[in-house]
Design a binder for this molecule. Structure first.
Ligand code: LLP
Length: 382
């Protein structure tokens, strides 16, 4: 990936840099993977990045939006996603968020509990509308990803247990202001082994058999998101393998006539187009270690501190041949403010620009102001 270093030199660090060509190539690859199938629909999980320029480009590409809060619904509408393409998930939808979604006439609520179903029915009654809903079902699949980002297991807080699905659907069908549309799933994030999606498809087939046995018609199946990216070798795999991902569902998911399939991808759409750029403040030679102290900390990119996530670190300035082993840390007053330990990279010096690659997903959007730090800026490729 090429960076406009001269432009970077004039900017106050840290900031996020987004390469819109990479984003566009990614969007086109994802669209190509589904183009043959009229009933396959792509949504973008906007929680991954709500930078307005990124959202705009994704909405212009014809994606729908997967939202998890009233704020995200507002952001999606402002970026031009049609309300008819917005789905709304989340275990704790507040009344104001449900009302906002009903007023906007979004396409579907992904309902995560029976108490929530009743609240949506009551609020829809007040507005004299019928709410389209799908049930989020917990498929009890271990997608072998980081424990903090797995979601498809019974022990997680999300969704309705498989054993309760039929009774939940019957309850929904008995409510006057609810229109039952289908089933929703999401088994976790950063999944690189497509066999987990094959297992999910088989599980959905079993659940569909149960609904058939009750003569319940289901019009939509939302398989969630979760496709991972290559954090270790971003330049070799800038564009995720959407074809392989979609083909897994084509091969394993058995659809009933007229059924629509929805995907809600976050990370795989935006991770590789974004980079966090920061500067070396100090190089500190400890007794046992050498530290690179940056002006970016976990307030700018929390994934390493929170999930032990790896982001490839590159020095964009130095031409040094000598390689040193560093702990690369931020300025925040917490010992967890470490990006990476014992990392070999060319010898650096104060002022060098340091890039954290693959930071477009769950980077800028998870930034905080802890220690009264300003939020990072963003700049976009020309
Ligand atoms: N659909 C639902 C219901 C979700 O909960 C998520 C992500 C997605 C779709 C999008 O998943 P993706 O395609 O991005 O894997 N902050 C964490 C990731 C949390 C993911 C939460 N749910 C991280 O930085 O790794």
């Amino acid at each position: 990936m090429q960076f406009p270093i001269d432009r970077f030199q004039q900017q106050t660090t840290p900031f996020y840099y987004y390469d819109l060509r990479i984003l566009q190539n990614t969007l086109e690859a994802a669209k190509r993977a589904v183009e043959e199938y009229d009933n396959y629909h792509l949504h973008y999980a906007i929680k991954a990045n709500t930078n307005p320029k990124i959202l705009k480009q994704i909405s212009l590409s014809g994606f729908g939006a997967d939202c998890v809060s009233g704020g995200e619904i507002k952001a999606a509408l402002a970026a031009g996603f049609p309300a008819s393409s917005i789905v709304f998930a989340g275990v704790g939808k507040a009344d104001w968020e449900i009302k906002l979604a009903l007023e906007a006439q979004i396409s579907c609520f992904n309902v995560e509990s029976i108490p929530e179903l009743y609240v949506i029915n009551d609020l829809a009654a007040e507005q004299r509308v019928r709410a389209n809903i799908a049930f989020r079902i917990t498929p009890n699949i271990d997608a072998h990803t980081n424990a903090k980002i797995t979601t498809g297991l019974n022990e997680n807080k999300f969704g309705i247990a498989m054993e309760d699905m039929v009774s939940a659907v019957k309850e929904a069908k008995s409510l006057p202001y609810i229109n039952y549309m289908g089933l929703h799933f999401h088994i976790g994030s950063q999944i690189l082994d497509c066999s987990s999606f094959a297992v999910l498809s088989e599980r959905i087939n079993e659940l569909q058999d149960q609904l058939d046995a009750e003569s319940i018609k289901t019009s939509s199946i939302n398989v969630g998101g979760g496709l991972g990216v290559d954090y270790e070798h971003p330049d070799e795999h800038l564009i995720p393998d959407f074809k392989k991902y979609v083909n897994t569902f084509r091969q394993h998911l058995k659809l009933r006539s007229g059924q629509q399939v929805h995907f809600e991808l976050g990370r795989s759409i935006v991770a590789q187009c974004g980079t966090l750029i920061s500067r070396i403040l100090y190089i500190k030679g400890g007794h046992h270690k050498k530290f690179i102290i940056l002006d970016a900390g976990f307030t700018d990119l929390i994934r390493p501190a929170m999930y032990d996530a790896f982001h490839l670190v590159q020095n964009l300035t130095t031409t040094a041949q000598k390689v040193e082993k560093y702990d690369i840390v931020g300025p925040i007053c917490e010992s967890s403010d470490v990006f990476i330990k014992d990392f070999n990279m060319p010898e650096g010096k104060r002022g060098d620009l340091i890039a954290f690659r693959s930071a477009g997903a769950y980077g800028e959007i998870m930034a905080s102001q802890y220690n009264c730090r300003p939020l990072p800026n963003s700049i976009i490729s020309e």
